[in-house]
Design a protein around this ligand. Structure first.
Ligand SMILES: Cc1ncc(COP(=O)(O)O)c(C=O)c1O
Length: 475
């Protein structure tokens, strides 16, 4: 059974001084957040009270009180003589970072757009097509041939000639990332990641026992990341790197052609295999990406998805790689899933046939929502610095003080779900950052920012004063 050290839990919990008193309740709220989003694994043994108290610099009574509160609320269980263990209460909490139930709360934790009308139309057309497939067995472990062909064609249009044999259809991008990492990593092997990055990829890598090598990516100085990544690749030579050159989630940074060339060279010299997550690549709002990274670094495993252009409920994604690698990944995937569903893949074919028109609509919607969110933030939270991404789905905000975890707790009390900054990193850093998606309709975003401003004031009023004076810039 996993256990979590006092040092690690103290790092993840962060600085409690800004939180609403009493301190034991603030600590319980932080731990609850960590269990709910999977950063503290279910069933993990929590540290001994005395050790955690020392690591946090609080009294032992504070930890005793926090553990008692967690047990009362179902977030921990105690076994006589064995310790206290992370648990989930009955209800909607997933214990992993996935969208919560549609229960009336506003969800700005996840960047998951509602389906546009063409999704329902594609399913109707797919149902009409289905009889053609019913006489067969229906199993296509690498994906429906028609869909593999269309995905390959889309890569070719985007500047990377691709054959259907170089495509494996997966149940969404995360499935693809999981397969790619599982093929490349063993316990203790290094994975270079951008910091911040996509939390579920970090989780997948941790589950494989990978050693994470974070490389800081600051959207205000993105070129510095290339130097850092080159240096890390040269000195550590990790077997794999998980990268998002196309509107990086969450910073929105887009790597240009020259940057791709440099990175491809560094990856090749280090003998590192890049797993490139292209989930957001089609969502250029002010600029379009150059050719896919694999056009620069041929050994790359590219992962894509229809979740963000169309709908997450489709569960259609893919991995593009050499035909031999695709064969290996297919075998790996078939072990747990056998094959994907036929109707969804037929619908995906229809959707890809009309992708240009769909993209026009999606980009238009997102531009409007991005402007509305930025304007609302400038009005209600002018001391926050907000990125201006050329694409993707999210703003990455820099707060005047490290209080994003405290804001998440306050916002949840007010019916607004958020994801705390540290979730996007490998440790306790990034509590001065908050990711805000602009996937919801404009009026929802405005309501959300009003709640957010309230939550921020409550978090800031908990005792901590803003530490960075004079930050009034909305960039
Ligand atoms: C960068 C990135 N990768 C992967 C995913 C997961 O996508 P899917 O729904 O296709 O599994 C997401 C969704 O939020 C994402 O932002």
């Amino acid at each position: 059974m996993d256990s979590i050290s006092a040092r690690r839990l103290a790092d993840l919990a962060g600085d409690l001084r800004g939180d609403r008193p009493p301190r034991y309740a603030a600590l319980a709220a932080r731990v609850r957040l960590l269990v709910a989003d999977g950063r503290v694994p279910l069933g993990a043994r929590l540290p001994a009270e005395r050790e955690l108290a020392t690591a946090l610099g609080v009294s032992r009574a504070t930890v005793t009180g926090a553990y008692a509160r967690l047990r009362e609320d179902g977030w921990a269980s105690a076994r006589q003589g064995a310790g206290t263990f992370a648990a989930l209460p009955a209800g909607p909490h997933p214990g992993a970072w996935v969208p919560g139930p549609d229960d009336g709360a506003i969800d700005l934790a996840h960047a998951a757009p509602a389906a546009p009308p063409e999704v329902a139309a594609a399913f109707a057309a797919a149902a009409a097509e289905l009889p053609r497939f019913l006489p067969g067995h229906g199993y296509h472990p690498a994906g429906l041939p028609d869909l593999r062909a269309r995905i390959a064609e889309r890569y070719t249009v985007r500047g990377l000639p691709t054959a259907p044999e170089e495509v494996l259809v997966t149940a969404g991008a995360l499935h693809g990332v999981g397969l790619a990492l599982a093929a490349l990593l063993r316990p203790g092997r290094g994975l270079l990641v951008e910091q911040p990055t996509y939390p579920n990829a970090l989780d997948a890598a941790r589950a494989l026992g990978a050693r994470l090598l974070p490389t800081a990516l600051d959207p205000e100085a993105p070129w510095e990341w290339l130097d850092t990544a080159e240096g890390a690749l040269r000195t550590v030579r990790p077997p794999a790197a998980y990268l998002m050159p196309d509107f990086q989630n969450p910073t929105g940074v887009l790597l240009g052609a020259a940057g791709r060339e440099r990175l491809a060279g560094a990856v090749a010299r280090a003998g590192t295999t890049a797993v490139v997550d292209e989930t957001l690549a089609e969502l250029g709002l002010d600029a379009l990406p150059p050719a896919p990274f694999a056009a620069f670094a041929p050994g790359t495993l590219s992962v894509g998805s229809l979740s963000k252009v169309f709908w997450g409920g489709l569960r259609i994604g893919w991995v593009r790689a050499g035909a031999d690698v695709v064969q290996r990944l297919t075998a790996l995937s078939a072990r747990s899933t056998m094959s994907g569903p036929v109707v969804e893949q037929l619908a995906a074919c229809m959707l890809l046939d009309g992708i240009e028109a769909s993209l026009e609509g999606a980009r238009e919607r997102l531009r409007e929502r991005r402007s509305a969110l930025r304007e609302a933030l400038a009005e209600r939270l002018p001391q926050w610095r907000v990125t201006e991404p050329a694409g993707g789905l999210v703003l990455w905000c820099r707060l005047p003080a490290p209080r994003s975890s405290a804001i998440v707790v306050e916002a949840e009390r007010r019916g607004l779900r958020l994801a705390a900054g540290p979730l996007f990193g490998t440790g306790h850093a990034l509590d001065d950052r908050l990711r805000l998606p602009y996937t919801q309709p404009v009026e929802v975003l405005r309501r959300a920012v009003a709640v957010l401003a309230d939550a921020d004031a409550a978090a800031a009023g908990g005792g901590q004063r803003d530490g960075v004076p004079g930050v009034d810039l909305v960039v």
